[in-house]
Design a protein around this ligand. Structure first.
Ligand SMILES: Cc1cc2nc3c(=O)[nH]c(=O)nc-3n(C[C@H](O)[C@H](O)[C@H](O)COP(=O)(O)OP(=O)(O)OC[C@H]3O[C@@H](n4cnc5c(N)ncnc54)[C@H](O)[C@@H]3O)c2cc1C
Length: 413
């Protein structure tokens, strides 16, 4: 096959074969007959986590088969369905999920496998909504694993290593309306002295910034209208200035500010029906224990002059802790510090490695779907259940059919 690239174009897949089965049975036969196999989502990860030396399977041709269970308050969805498609369907039926990533174009299974997250002090990452998983195992069997089953908490943020997930069941809640408001020029000193107050001031809060300026670029507050969002914005918030509302312009890639709308069009930053902007970027991100966030931010500010020339923007968000073994928020609440870098692989590789060295001693865990430098020996110290994860993987996949170079480097080492 001609070289398949990830969305950003910074990673070329090694897999010699790509399959798009039309039925689950076809996918089962492929898995049973393959020596090395992985599922691929929408290819939005920035590393080789989805790659294999054998057969790549894209489930995008399968029927999404969306099914809501109003009594259990769950939705079951085909693994390759995008969050954008899921969100539009759920809102249309009067339902919602608790959170979205910035980008709605990513697949449900691909996002969950890497612990993808949005923001909000009370919001766990997207994987925390998973109530059940249906997957094809190494021998081609189709199994269901439910919350409460042995090993379930290890398999959810599974890095694609337990098999080909065909369907996922997610917790839902009644739909809600939201508004996102933006404030510019928040002084860095205000952010640092009021971090907890600012990050808890809305359902979902994002700080968009560089590191060398006296003010942060933009503060985004996403408020649920059913939780009493004020009708009028204050003109000023902790020294930052409110941005005027609108416009709701379908030609823009971002969802609008200051205008009420459904959660499905306010929780994600990007519109589902638009390209999100230049693909010439690389991303890295660290989930820092909340108690270490101030130290992490101060260390990054100290090298702000070195970071900013290579950076498009950073984003600071919060994530509630969970009990999923390889979730970057396992065991405690975290502050997520994200970098959207210019696509200058050499310079970004060197600087992001330096940043990783600076943050890992604080307990920071790298995002599984973005640039990662640390080998398994270093990452294992960050995850109390890493040994259990390896054992569970080996039990499910004794011949290593779903292993790849990424797993060898970052999980097994
Ligand atoms: C512009 C942009 C914005 C982003 N914003 C955010 C954000 O706000 N928050 C955040 O946390 N991350 C964000 N990310 C990162 C992104 O969410 C993750 O990289 C996510 O894993 C991508 O999903 P995908 O469908 O492209 O999966 P892929 O990259 O294709 O695959 C990721 C992993 O999932 C596995 N997988 C995929 N499908 C299956 C399946 N059916 N069965 C088993 N395993 C499977 C693959 O094997 C691989 O291990 C962003 C990325 C981009 C490019």
């Amino acid at each position: 096959m001609t070289a398949l690239l990830n969305w950003a174009g910074n990673y070329a897949f090694q897999a010699p074969r790509l399959h798009r089965p039309n039925t689950v049975d076809e996918a089962r036969r492929l898995v049973a007959g393959s020596r090395q196999v992985r599922a691929i989502g929408t290819r939005h990860s920035f590393n080789g986590i989805a790659d294999t030396q054998g057969d790549l399977i894209d489930l995008g041709a399968l029927d999404p088969g969306l099914a809501i269970d109003p009594d259990r308050q769950t939705v079951t969805v085909g693994a390759a369905t995008t969050y954008g498609a899921l969100a539009a369907y759920l809102h249309g039926q009067g339902w919602a999920i608790h959170n979205m990533a910035s980008l709605p174009h990513i697949s449900v299974a691909g996002a969950i496998a890497t612990g993808t997250h949005g923001s909000g002090d009370r919001n766990g990452n997207l994987a925390t909504a998973v109530a059940a998983i249906q997957l094809i195992t190494a021998d081609g069997e189709l199994i269901d694993v439910r919350r409460g089953d042995e090993g379930f908490n290890g398999m959810v943020v599974g890095l694609g290593a337990f098999g080909i997930v065909t369907r996922l069941t997610l917790d839902i809640q009644p739909t809600f309306e939201m508004r996102q408001d933006a404030f510019i020029d928040l002084p860095w000193t205000m952010l640092l002295t009021n971090l907890d107050q600012i990050m808890s001031s809305a359902y979902s809060v994002s700080v968009m910034t560089g590191w060398s300026t006296p003010t942060v670029g933009c503060l985004w507050l996403k408020t649920r209208l059913d939780e009493g969002s004020p009708l009028e914005l204050p003109a000023e918030y902790l020294g930052a200035h409110a941005v005027a509302a609108g416009p709701d312009d379908p030609s823009l890639s971002l969802n609008p500010f200051g205008l009420p709308g459904p959660w499905s069009e306010r929780l994600p930053h990007f519109r589902a029906d638009r390209d999100p902007g230049p693909t010439e970027q690389i991303q890295s991100e660290y989930m820092v224990p909340r108690g270490q966030a101030m130290t992490a931010l101060a260390r990054l500010r100290a090298i702000g002059d070195i970071i900013d020339p290579l950076l498009y923007a950073s984003e600071i968000r919060t994530i509630a802790g969970d009990d999923l073994w390889l979730s970057p928020s396992n065991g405690y609440d975290t502050v997520a510090i994200h970098f959207t870098w210019k696509r200058e692989p050499k310079a970004v590789g060197a600087l992001s490695a330096e940043i990783e060295d600076m943050l890992i001693p604080l307990g920071a865990r790298p995002h599984w779907g973005k640039l990662i430098h640390a080998p398994a020996s270093r990452l294992a110290g960050l995850y109390p259940r890493m040994a259990d994860f390896r054992e569970l993987m080996t039990k499910h996949d004794p011949d290593g059919k779903f292993r790849n170079a990424f797993m060898a480097k970052h999980v097994f080492g």
